[in-house]
Design a protein around this ligand. Structure first.
Ligand code: SF4
Ligand code: SF4
Length: 481
């Protein structure tokens, strides 16, 4: 199969051998599970349980606001084990902003009893819309780290190619690699379900980076008598980015204001695909995921199937936590972010936890002035001008930064990686994006307050008029009487 190349990208040291050699193990059942109400891109959920309620594993504890989840950019949250709701309160959550958010806290009962599951014995007998609705109610979101509700990418549209993303290009992360080696049949069947849900795509490609030969072989074996193509793609960061992978596989570019679906392509991650398989064939909602726990700060780096809501410190302890962890990072070596504490819950988007040992992660050398060498632009996979973005973000000229397509930046970090002046470019972009979003939120709030005020004035005025009219009518009645 012919492959193409995307612009830029960098070759990285993968650090994958730390965790990729051992099979996926089951994480322990913790005493408490913590569920933030927002674990995906889109609208948050609202609790439908109360403190003191008993819940079963797989039971919905937080639902999408207002209406049916399948119609919204949102995903319900399910209890990942049985127990009692002991709190619904503000707790610290894993997020770069380090803010707190409302969480449902469940004390587990140790029984791990499932609620009644609603499996679909033959999904081909159902319409794509019915299968999509089932996937939406299972709470499945993009498990590659993005967290976009999966059913939204399955809405009726003219799709000819479904891509299952097994590129996993970020350093340290190996959960997809292990899953492809250990559960290739589940992934293949999940891909067929997604294909059906999209109305039957002409092509279905499972893409695996060429540094994962065992995963490639396992998938090729199960797919050999099917029309699913398993394709090896060159190892180059960030091949696993949706747009970059589409370019490599199809030669097509997804334009600036476009979604992949607008050029007839939909991409789902391999673990998301396995979650779809489980939801449809077993009726099992998203209550766990595979997480890579790695770094020199643990004795036994490995991949664990972790119940969502499990506090990170429990998983670290299971992997032989050392006393000299320097940093705890959620995500991979390039796009991950440092966590301020270890009692945060594992959420749907937690694909990797790096506990770095002393000197493991590069301490950036002293920052030097930009020498306008243009190396950053040469590696940017989005064709941006990172240097210009840097100047505008640094000067807090956010309008200009946006004019230079700040929000197209995928935070891949290629620019900062090659910068000879060691400028933490991505930190500037993340800061600017956060500031812009905060100011937009403030603006929206002010607008809503203004609308409420205007409506109140209108209502007072209307009531005044109605009162006056009533007086007039009454006075008329008296006169005529
Ligand atoms: S790579 Fe660094 S020094 Fe070179 S132009 Fe970009 S920001 Fe400036
Ligand atoms: S972080 Fe943004 S600007 Fe830098 S290379 Fe990646 S996409 Fe381009």
């Amino acid at each position: 199969m012919r492959l193409w190349q995307f612009h830029g990208g960098v070759h990285l040291d993968g650090h994958k051998e730390l965790s990729s050699q051992v099979p996926i193990a089951q994480a322990n059942l913790p005493k408490f599970l913590i569920f933030p109400l927002l674990q995906h891109i889109g609208e948050p959920t609202e609790p439908i349980v109360h403190v003191g309620d008993k819940v079963l594993k797989g039971q919905i504890v937080a639902h999408c606001f207002g209406s049916d989840c399948s119609l919204m950019i949102s995903a319900p949250i399910h209890a990942s084990s049985s127990g009692t709701v002991v709190a619904i309160e503000l707790r610290p959550v894993p997020h770069p902003s380090q803010l707190t958010a409302i969480c449902i806290v469940i004390e587990t009962d140790g029984q791990d009893v499932w609620t009644e599951l609603n499996a679909i014995p033959d999904y081909t007998s159902l319409s794509p819309a019915a299968v999509r609705e089932h996937i939406a109610h299972a709470g499945i979101v993009g498990l590659g780290g993005a967290g976009f509700p999966s059913h939204v990418k399955l809405r009726p549209q003219d799709i000819d190619t479904l891509v299952i993303n097994g590129a996993e290009c970020e350093p340290y992360i190996t959960c997809d690699d292990r899953l492809m080696q250990e559960c290739p049949q589940d992934i293949l069947e999940g891909a067929q379900i997604l294909r059906h849900t999209l109305g039957g795509t002409k092509r279905c490609i499972i893409a695996v980076e060429d540094n994962k030969p065992s995963a490639f072989q396992a998938l090729s074996q199960v797919a050999q008598s099917t029309s699913v193509e398993v394709v090896k793609v060159p190892t180059l960061y960030p091949t696993g980015g949706e747009r970059q992978l589409i370019k490599v596989l199809t030669g097509k570019e997804v334009g600036r204001a476009q979604f992949p679906a607008s050029i007839g392509v939909v991409v789902h991650n391999v673990e998301t695909t396995r979650a779809v398989f489980r939801a449809v064939t077993q009726g099992r909602p998203l209550v766990s995921r595979v997480v890579t726990v790695t770094g020199n700060g643990v004795d036994c780096p490995q991949n664990l199937e972790v119940l969502l809501g499990t506090p990170m410190r429990e998983v670290l302890a299971q992997c032989g936590r050392k006393s000299d962890i320097e940093q705890l990072i959620m995500g991979g070596g390039m796009m991950g972010y440092a966590l301020p504490r270890d009692d945060l819950p594992m959420i749907k988007t937690t694909n990797c936890l790096i506990a770095s040992g002393p000197g493991e992660l590069r301490v950036p050398p002293p920052l030097l002035p930009c020498i306008r060498c243009n190396a950053c632009a040469q590696v940017c996979p989005i064709h941006l001008l990172p240097q210009q973005l840097y100047w505008h973000c640094k000067a807090k000229d956010f309008k200009r930064a946006q004019a230079y397509h700040l929000f197209d930046c995928i935070d891949c970090g290629c620019c900062a990686y090659v910068c000879p002046s060691h400028i933490p470019l991505v930190s500037y972009y993340r800061y600017a994006k956060a500031e812009i979003r905060a100011s937009e939120r403030e603006h929206k709030k002010a607008e809503q307050a203004q609308q409420r005020h205007e409506f109140r004035l209108f209502r007072v005025e209307r009531e005044k008029k109605e009162r006056a009219e009533r007086h007039k009518q009454r006075a008329k009645g008296v006169d005529s009487g």
